[in-house]
Write a protein that binds this ligand. Structure first.
Ligand code: SAH
Length: 393
């Protein structure tokens, strides 16, 4: 049986509203001495059952797996993963000949806090953000294999950088099911090399799929600048949308290699595209006014609340440069993936940038993360990606 963790008096309030985190300050004591990553039963100070979840040392002490008094076993993992898969099938992103790139498990959004799984064709890339998910990785991989039978054959485990260092788990990246495989995935009919071995996150930014499709609709005849291009997702869609030219920029030379490879996969020998390894601010300062479609999709400027003020200044500075240079009648796709920056914060930062440029600016679309990155209604912190599509006169 699981060890019992007792909360301080009254600290079950947020759990009654099904919030899946228990902070260390809410914990009174634990009966016994659990190992990090062990499943514990959470009880009120009066001894009433509240939840079961993964325990670990750190500011989030427990990540709740269930609000019922159940055992976390193979059947549990299978049912949660099957439910997530069913939703992806109904939204049309899984098992489609046109698309085999999607997020299967989005942590709290799929009632599995601490776990991320992205599917790329026949390979699922699994990432643990909590010690508990690391400890249970074998059971999870087994459940993935069962649920995705016939579609996914390999599970690549990639948690070297997402687990707490102090836990000293000796985690290594590598296949835990299957092995070496074709690493070209299909997103909306376009092909992408996925570098799950060395790439950022699980190898690709699956979360921009819908926003890339929207960009495709605006690309015809335009001169496109894809700033912070990484694997060049937006660039490839712009090409298919009939852009006049597409320039991809990223400070990382590896990213520039990736975008060039992806372009060659989809549009070999097409002279409309060029990629540059350059710092964003330098490029924006030195470029001319040739672009009438600009994408700004920077890395998170703020990773925690203390960094918020500076992050907002950063977004303003960056967007101001685009407003200054974009051609009249231009379209700006601008994003923030910082979780601590709210929709309103971001909109204010972009508003400030627009006002500095004195241009007439209209909001055409308000963008967000796609349906395969669902937000658990009891965990609003799961909302992170926001974007605006602006028409600049
Ligand atoms: N738009 C991409 C994801 C962007 S991730 C997509 O759809 O897949 C952010 C990228 O910004 C990374 O590739 C990183 O190398 C790049 N980057 C970070 N700082 C930068 C800077 N100062 N100038 C240019 N690129 C930068």
């Amino acid at each position: 049986m699981y060890k019992n963790l007792y909360l301080r008096r009254g600290k079950e309030e947020s759990l009654k509203r099904f919030h899946p985190w228990i902070f260390s300050g809410a914990v009174h004591h634990i009966d016994g001495d659990p190992e990090e990553g062990e499943v514990v039963r959470v009880l009120t100070s009066e001894g009433d059952f509240v939840a079961v979840g993964h325990w670990q040392i750190g500011s989030i002490a427990v990540r709740v797996l269930a609000f019922e008094d159940i055992t976390i076993n193979a059947a549990f993992w299978k049912s949660r993963i099957a439910a997530a898969y069913e939703v992806r099938r109904s939204m049309g992103v899984a098992d489609s000949p046109n698309n085999n790139t999607y997020r299967l498990i989005h942590g709290e959004g799929d009632h599995l806090p601490g776990l991320v799984v992205d599917v790329y064709g026949k390979t699922a890339v699994m990432q643990a953000h909590s010690v508990g998910m690391h400890v249970d990785r074998e059971a999870i991989a087994g459940a993935l294999q069962e649920v995705l039978k016939g579609n996914v054959e390999n599970v690549y485990y990639k948690s070297e950088t997402t687990l707490p260092f102090k836990a000293a788990l000796g985690q290594e990246n590598g296949f835990i099911r299957g092995g070496e495989t074709d690493n070209v995935a299909v997103e909306n009919g376009l092909k992408f090399y996925i570098d799950w071995l060395k790439g950022q996150k699980t190898g690709f930014f699956v979360d921009q799929r819908d926003n890339r499709s929207l960009l495709e609709q605006y690309a015809a005849g335009r001169s496109v600048l894809n700033m912070f291009c990484y694997t060049g997702g937006f660039s490839v869609y712009a090409m298919r949308g009939g852009a006049r030219l597409v320039h991809s920029v990223d400070s990382s030379a590896k990213a520039v290699d990736l975008v060039n490879r992806n372009m060659a996969l989809n549009f070999p020998e097409d002279k409309r595209h060029r990629a540059f390894a350059e710092d964003a601010f330098k490029y924006l300062d030195e470029m001319g006014d040739q672009y009438d479609l600009i994408i700004l999709d920077p890395p998170a400027f703020a990773k925690h609340k203390e960094a918020l003020r500076n992050a907002l200044k950063g977004y303003t500075r960056l967007n101001a440069k685009a407003f200054e240079k974009i051609k009249p009648g231009g379209i700006l796709f601008t994003f923030s993936c910082s979780q601590v920056v709210t929709k309103d914060n971001f909109r204010t930062a972009v508003f400030t940038a627009a006002a500095l440029s004195k241009r007439r600016v209209r909001i055409l679309h308000q963008l967000h993360q796609p349906a395969d990155h669902p937000i658990n209604i009891y965990h609003p912190e799961g909302e992170y990606l926001k974007g605006l599509v602006l028409y600049v006169e």
